[in-house]
Every structure is written in C-alpha cells, then in structure tokens.
Design a protein around this ligand. Structure first.
Ligand code: PLP
Length: 277
C-alpha cells in the first residue's frame, strides 16, 4: 500500500456483509469462499470464484476481501505468504484487495512486524480503534488518496460525516500511540484462560490450545450443553458462588467466544482460572 491516505469512520460502511450492507448500500453481490480453520481460504477456490468476463447471467468480480485477524476462526492471523498469494491472483485479474482488518493490529503484534507489513499486499484496509485498541467508537479506513477521496464522498452521502469529531479522534490518537503494543498482554491473557480451560479435560467443553493466537478464545461445547445457558451462567454471580466475578462472552450454535481486552487484568485471568477449576 503506497501513497496512503486515511479516513476516520464512525462505522464500517462497506467492508463486510453485516446486515447485508454490501447489497443494501453498495448494490453488490458477494461470492463467499469457505474458509479453512486457519482463517485462510484455498487459492484455487478464489480462482474459481473470480468472474472476469462472465456470461451475462453472472455478475463481474470487482474486489477481493480478506479478514485479518479472522474473528470466527478464533482470532487467527493470516500468514503473510498467503496474503502474497492472494495479491498475486488479484494482480493477474487486475482486482483490488481490501482487508477487513478490524483486528489487524493484533495480527501485527502476533507476528511482531510493523502494521505496514500486514497490509503490504492489499490496496485498502479498515481497522477498529474500538475493540482491542480501547476507543469508545471509531475505525480507520486507509488506502490510496484517490480511494479515500471517493470514500469521503460515500461517507457523507450515507450520513457518516462528522462535525466536531475531534473529541472522539483524540481517543483514536491515544489508541494509535499507546494501545497497540499492549495488545500482547491481551494475547497472553487469552492463552492463560485457554490453558485453564484445557487443563480441565472436561467432557463438556474444550478449547484447541494451539489455535489461540491472539485475543479470542473459542470454547466448543458438547451437544448436551446449551451455550446460551453457559453464557448466562458465566455472566451471573450468585451469592453462593465461591468466586464472585461475572464473565461475559458471546455464544453461537455450539461454542462460546471469550475476548480479552485492556480492562481484563492479570488478576482477572487468575480469577477466571479459579472459577473454571
Ligand atoms: C467489529 C468488526 C467490524 C466492524 O467494526 P466497527 O468498529 O463496528 O466499525 C468489521 N469486521 C470485523 C471482522 C469485525 O470484527
């Protein structure tokens, strides 16, 4: 990514399909590729999905999007060599690549490379100032000056323009200056919690320890257990509980997801270990 410009967003506008936003707002159709467990997808599958001069029944491909780190794969960091392969395929077809890098700073910290290295093979990136970086709101879209000029127009048109945004942007500056390096602590905490869960050898829930790379832990539940119930129970503190701490997580079909961030301290991770053991 050369000649970079930035736009500060109050929300991700088009970078993913949340609420079908790609269709509703951009008027584009998405072709999704099933991901592998490490957050990548097969390059051959990508080649098959690209439609450059298709029959007129089919839409024409105009963008490739990758997510880094990969949220639902448990915060997995996309390998740099793989990103290069995606870039090469994109070049062959003259397609731009966008990174949904909501947690790309976690990827940079995990690989111990500068953020610029993570985005070397993409044309644009969007990352959150909230989440791990701790701001109340905010995200940054980065790309070529031309791309950002267009994005500014879109932002304005869909009501995303801000007045007096400085007060919020100030938190963004703190995030960029002070909150990136400390993401390492979140990674350590996530691994500690995962180790605590794994050490239980429970027949009801498990984590794949090697898969915990950054600040996300996915705990898989046996089909006899309702993840919604576990989620509720972890968040609730009863007077009879030996350790009084409320643990919040999100749940899906057969797993729950824990995410660590700056407010989760060393001490809290030890407490969580005690609850679980
Ligand atoms: C959170 C998230 C977004 C959206 O970020 P906002 O801060 O709501 O704009 C986009 N992509 C991924 C992968 C996310 O986790």
């Amino acid at each position: 990514m050369n000649n970079m410009s930035f736009i500060v967003l109050n929300r991700v506008i088009l970078s993913n399909g949340v609420s079908g936003g790609t269709a509703q707002i951009a008027g584009v159709h998405t072709a999704v590729i099933k991901n592998n467990e490490d957050g990548t997808f097969n390059i051959e599958d990508l080649r098959k999905k690209i439609r450059k001069n298709p029959d007129f029944h089919e839409p024409i491909s105009s963008l490739i999007i990758v997510e880094n780190t990969h949220n639902l794969c448990g915060g997995k960091v996309l390998p740099l060599e793989w990103l290069e392969k995606v870039h090469n395929v994109a070049q062959e077809h003259k397609l731009p690549v966008h990174m949904d890098g909501a947690r790309m700073m976690n990827a940079a910290v995990y690989l111990d490379v500068p953020p610029s290295r993570i985005v070397k093979d993409v044309d644009s990136v969007c990352f959150c100032l909230s989440k791990g970086l701790g701001c109340p709101v905010g995200a940054i879209l980065a790309g070529s000056s031309e791309f950002i000029a267009k994005a500014r127009r879109v932002r304005k048109a869909i009501g995303g323009g801000w007045r007096q945004a400085g007060i919020i942007a100030a938190a963004g500056i703190v995030a960029l200056d002070k909150m990136i390096d400390r993401l390492k602590e979140d990674h350590i905490h996530a691994y500690q919690i995962a180790k605590g869960i794994a050490a239980l050898n429970s027949p009801y829930f498990k984590v794949v320890l090697e898969s915990v790379q950054t600040n996300i832990i996915i705990m898989y539940m046996d089909s006899r257990i309702n993840p919604k119930y576990v989620q509720m129970r972890l968040a609730t503190v009863y007077p009879t509980d030996p350790v009084k701490v409320s643990v919040r997580c999100s749940s899906r079909d057969d797993w729950i997801r824990f995410v660590t961030f700056w407010e989760v301290s060393d001490k809290m991770c030890i407490l969580q270990k005690r609850i679980l053991t």
